[in-house]
Write a protein that binds this ligand. Structure first.
Ligand SMILES: Cc1ncc(COP(=O)(O)O)c(C=O)c1O
Ligand SMILES: N[C@@H](CCCC[NH3+])C(=O)O
Length: 467
């Protein structure tokens, strides 16, 4: 069955039912609280409110598109991890999103910080983040990056190759520095997540394999190095993981390795880090665990394994990134065009093009990540229609939200907000099609603080030093 269209008209009554997991909402204006930050709700005039401010007011100030970060929500999630994991060290994973202000909040909330590049390290140090509370990651840290970390006195470097261990030794010897090191191991876990973000199976770039003996080789090498103090073992199984089974296997294998190391060398390593990767809700179909649930699961597993190997429970740490910053932030875009298309089934889908896209959120294109969205500047009495929110880039896969029901009267000039956009969106943004990257603005109690300003075309053109 095909339909005749008046330009732009939407046949709401024949909209596709959407994918199975996506229910046609009874009320298209309702927000699923599990997807939005703590302070977000639909105000009495129909516009979304976040951090005590209508998004329409925020956008009048910031321009579009923008990432609005709910500061109270970010701090609350950081605190929830710290409280639930009391006695463990919680490292905020800066790769998810890091600015100087964020580093300051992380310090104020008494978390530690995981950085994975010289740029993240510099950002943290510029913010005055205490170096001894920083852990430094990376599978190919340059000598310059290692030197910056060693000179600053970072609390630990998580080593990922024998080449890196050699590099650290040479730097320490040359400058009289000393390194506190953890060995990143690959426990051979198949984490249930997208293959690009699973990091504990054998055939990938991170870590030393426990199975083939490389992990023990690296540990022994560090143990006997005069420039290095080996403090423990690190495992990170992947990201956006819901099932604690993977952590259980990782804890079992890493603690067995620590026991074998003790038996071989007589030294009991004090530290074990189980990494980050705790999943969040991007759509109503996702049901993540709370920090309390994660904590009691992990504590139980670790206590069990410690007993099994007659060792004390190590000094434990974790590295959540997404679970702290992801839900705190919504991306807000302005609708530019609305175009209904007919599907083979005879149903219809509406393509809603916005003023951002894969340059500010690559995750749907890269990992087939699902998101949700809502009309943000007003409420609507129109019936829900199946939409696809797409960007403005010259790429068919430039999709922000594959499937979402929005009101059928959605039109150019409307604002669309995408929740759970705080992690790995702006942090992974590019300038594809010479697109300046959007700002990130914190909202709290009705006032705005810019964390990252909007990039301008002049910023981009300044890089182009040709004639
Ligand atoms: C070593 C390490 N720690 C922590 C994280 C943070 O992961 P997430 O943001 O999923 O918690 C990552 C990213 O996957 C990582 O590679
Ligand atoms: N960037 C990934 C997560 C992996 C990042 C850290 N190892 C994502 O957006 O889901």
């Amino acid at each position: 069955m095909t339909h005749m269209h008046v330009a732009g008209a939407i046949h709401a009554d024949v909209s596709s039912p959407g994918p199975q997991w996506l229910e046609r909402p009874a009320d298209v204006n309702a927000l699923d609280a599990s997807l939005w930050s703590d302070t977000t709700f639909r105000g009495s005039d129909g516009a979304l409110v976040t951090g005590g401010m209508p998004v329409t007011t925020a956008l009048a100030e910031t321009g579009s598109p923008v990432y609005l970060l709910d500061e109270a929500d970010f701090r609350r999630r950081a605190r929830d991890f710290r409280t639930a994991f009391a006695g463990w060290d919680v490292y905020y994973a800066g790769k998810a999103f890091l600015t100087r202000t964020i580093a300051r909040w992380v310090a104020e909330e008494e978390l530690f910080l995981d950085v994975c590049s010289g740029g993240e390290l510099r950002t943290a140090l510029l913010a005055g983040f205490p170096a001894e509370r920083i852990g430094m990651h990376g599978n190919n840290k340059s000598s310059d990056e290692l030197a910056a970390g060693l000179q600053a006195g970072v609390g630990r470097i998580i080593v990922d190759s024998l080449d890196e261990i050699g590099r650290i030794e040479r730097l320490c010897e040359l400058h009289g520095w000393h390194a506190r090191v953890m060995v990143r191991v690959t426990p051979g876990v198949e984490a249930h997540t997208h293959e690009y973000i699973a990091t504990a199976h054998e055939d990938q770039k991170f870590g030393f394999s426990i199975t083939n003996g490389q992990a023990m080789v690296a540990m022994v090498r560090c143990h006997y190095s005069p420039q290095i103090t080996l403090i423990g073992v690190h495992s990170h199984i992947g990201s956006q993981i819901f099932d604690t089974g993977g952590f259980e296997v990782a804890a079992r294998r890493t603690m067995k390795l620590m026991a074998q190391f003790r038996d071989a060398t007589g030294e009991l390593l004090p530290d074990l880090d189980l990494g980050g990767g705790f999943g969040i809700a991007y759509t109503s179909d996702d049901s993540p665990s709370t920090p309390d649930e994660l904590s009691s699961n992990l504590r139980e597993i670790v206590a069990l394994e410690a007993r099994a190997h007659s060792m004390p429970v190590p000094r434990m740490s974790i590295e959540p990134g997404r679970a702290i910053v992801g839900p705190s932030t919504m991306a807000v875009y302005t609708v530019g065009t609305v175009k209904p298309v007919d599907l083979e089934s005879g149903a219809q889908r509406v393509y809603v093009s916005v003023d951002g896209g894969m340059s500010d959120n690559i995750r749907p294109a890269l990992y087939a990540a699902e998101y949700s969205a809502a009309l943000a500047n007003r409420a609507s009495h129109a019936s829900p229609v199946l939409c696809r929110v797409v960007g403005k880039h010259c790429e068919g896969g430039d999709i922000l939200v594959h499937d979402v029901f929005l009101p059928s009267d959605i039109r150019p000039g409307d604002l669309v907000a995408v929740p759970a956009s705080g992690a790995y969106s702006r942090a992974m943004a590019s300038n594809y099609n010479h697109t300046p990257r959007p700002p990130v603005v914190a909202v709290r109690e009705g006032s705005l603080t810019t964390l990252l300003r909007r990039e301008t075309l002049d910023d981009l053109l300044a890089l182009d030093v040709g004639e």
